[in-house]
Write a protein that binds this ligand. Structure first.
Ligand code: ZN
Length: 149
């Protein structure tokens, strides 16, 4: 756990200076996510062309974990295919819902490893995955707002 401080820094940095934090004017997909337990509320915008995410952004308000997670997500998913985005979410979801004592494959998860700490705070898992759920809904062309309840 010697890297824990470093990873907390990633969350703090992304919360302070979130990437792709804007409305995407030429988005052809978008979906809203709301986490009533914490008050996190975001819209995720996608530009999907031939099954590839050519641009992605998000906008809204929420806690540091939800905002940092959305920010890292947009960085990782730009240029990815729908299938690659779904696979990455599956890995991320598996990690944050795994037993806190279970070792995490840091190399495979990269920056997403920063969120391994939420495993110790189950209520925070919803914060960490909110933007991802909204992204998946947008990929599937669903416009109904996603709520974690
Ligand atoms: Zn939150």
């Amino acid at each position: 756990m010697c890297n824990r401080g470093l990873y907390e820094q990633i969350i703090l940095d992304h919360n302070k200076n979130p990437k792709n934090f804007r409305v995407l004017p030429d988005a052809n997909r978008q979906s809203e996510g709301y986490n009533p337990l914490c008050g996190d509320h975001y819209t995720v915008y996608l530009k999907l062309e031939n099954d590839q995410i050519t641009d992605i952004s998000f906008n809204g308000v929420g806690c540091a974990i939800s905002k940092a997670s959305a920010s890292v997500m947009t960085q990782l998913l730009k240029g990815k295919t729908k299938k690659e985005a779904e696979d990455l979410f599956a890995k991320f979801h598996q990690m944050v819902t795994s037993d806190p004592d279970k070792p995490v494959n840091e190399q495979e998860l990269g920056k997403l490893y920063a969120f391994a700490g939420v495993r110790e705070f189950p209520v925070r898992i919803k914060c960490a995955t909110l933007a991802w759920h909204a992204m998946l809904a947008a990929l599937d062309g669903k416009n109904t707002p996603i709520t974690t309840e």
